[in-house]
Design a protein around this ligand. Structure first.
Ligand code: SF4
Ligand code: SF4
Length: 370
């Protein structure tokens, strides 16, 4: 709560200020909800009040012009109310079915210059919803892959499943562009995770000037970083050394010390993980597991990645029982059968805590615990 008399713009305003009146009036008193068609939901209160929600796919990084257009739609059809979901969908809510029809017609009429839909309705129920992702090359400093690029390529490939309910259960796809995983990849039906495969380079010329050397040493979870001295142009300088065979390419030292860049065109790429979920329906929540150990960054359209994800979804759609999430299905049939059905190659890189000397520090555990 702001201090008495103090004017501040720090922190968000109280969220209840932004709730549509019908939601405020029925808070805590909802009787049930259902999905009327892909992308359209109705919530019914004990009072009989109804809220209709139209969900549209949106990008995580948006231009101001696009946000203004979203607000204009909300002003026109929803008394100015809208919400963004955690999966970067936009939800327009109205309190009458008539308004839904007008809203849907308006959304369908709005197109990009190329003719594709600006506001595709979908992302609900037993389909693919928007892909949660992290910053990628556009913003963060430790990514091993891009975020917006592969997400756009994957979403284009599976887009029909955004707008239908042909799958047995929801499929939630997420992408994190490094092992820090600031996206919810570890509990996704399908997770895409960027991995580095080479130790950081050491820019000795700058280590002493850009880095707190003790901090760089302390940042390494495997104790691969130690203080060192090198001779540069006849001068002894303080720097660090890295024991490469201990390095697991996490990039933590680079976060502390900008003179240790880790991005590498040849070494970097992605892994695919499957079978995680947050829901406790049918079975307990579970972590995703690595099923493809490495795919290079094939810019700009990531063809291998998109083909494999589409293939996994199609095999799941053909074999799983209704309501079974990807991980529930795999656990029922067994992981061996999953690899047999999908034709994905099973290698030693997929084994949790594999201890071969050459891979001692490259532990592709399901949890990515180090
Ligand atoms: Fe940065 Fe890693 Fe998060 Fe990607 S996942 S935005 S590289 S911290
Ligand atoms: Fe240590 Fe990670 Fe840096 Fe390798 S990348 S040296 S494991 S902090």
């Amino acid at each position: 709560k702001p201090m008495e008399g103090r004017i501040t713009d720090i922190g968000p305003r109280e969220f209840t200020e932004f709730l549509p009146p019908v939601i405020k009036a029925n808070k805590g008193k909802w009787a049930y909800h259902e999905i009327l068609e892909p992308g359209v939901l109705v919530h019914v209160g004990e009072s009989g009040d109804k809220v209709f929600t139209v969900r549209v796919g949106a990008a995580r990084l948006m231009s101001v012009t696009h946000i203004r257009e979203i607000c204009e739609i909300a002003d026109k059809h929803c008394d100015g109310y809208l919400r963004f979901t955690t999966r970067n969908n936009v939800e327009f809510m109205t309190d009458s079915e008539d308004k839904v029809a007008a809203l849907k017609a308006d959304l369908a009429a709005r197109k990009f210059d190329g003719g594709s839909s600006k506001f595709p309705v979908g992302g609900t129920g037993a389909g693919v919803s928007n892909i949660v992702h992290t910053q990628g090359w556009v913003h963060c400093h430790t990514p091993a892959t891009d975020a917006s690029g592969p997400v756009k390529a994957v979403m284009d490939t599976v887009f029909s499943d955004f707008q239908n309910h042909r799958l047995p259960a929801p499929v939630r796809i997420s992408l994190a562009c490094c092992l820090n995983m600031c996206g919810a990849v570890h509990c996704s039906d399908i997770g895409i995770v960027g991995i580095h495969r080479k130790p950081p380079m050491i820019d000795h010329e700058w280590t002493d000037q850009l880095c707190e050397i003790p901090l760089a040493v302390a940042s390494c979870p495997t104790a691969a970083v130690r203080p060192s001295k090198v001779e540069l142009e006849g001068k002894k300088i303080n720097t660090i050394a890295i024991k490469n065979e201990r390095c697991m390419y996490c990039g933590n030292c680079y976060t502390m010390c900008p003179a240790l860049p880790i991005s590498d065109g040849e070494g970097d790429g992605v892994v695919i993980m499957v079978g995680g979920k947050v829901s406790n329906r049918i079975s307990q929540p579970k972590f995703s597991k690595v099923v493809v150990a490495y795919i290079p960054n094939e810019t700009p359209r990531w063809p291998t990645l998109t083909e494999k994800i589409k293939h996994i979804i199609d095999i799941y759609a053909d074999h799983a029982m209704k309501y079974e999430r990807l991980g529930d299905w795999i656990e029922r049939i067994g992981w061996e059968k999953f690899f047999e059905l999908t034709g994905l190659e099973f290698t030693q890189h997929l084994i949790d805590d594999f201890r071969d000397h050459a891979y001692y520090t490259w532990r592709q555990t399901t949890q990515f615990k180090f």
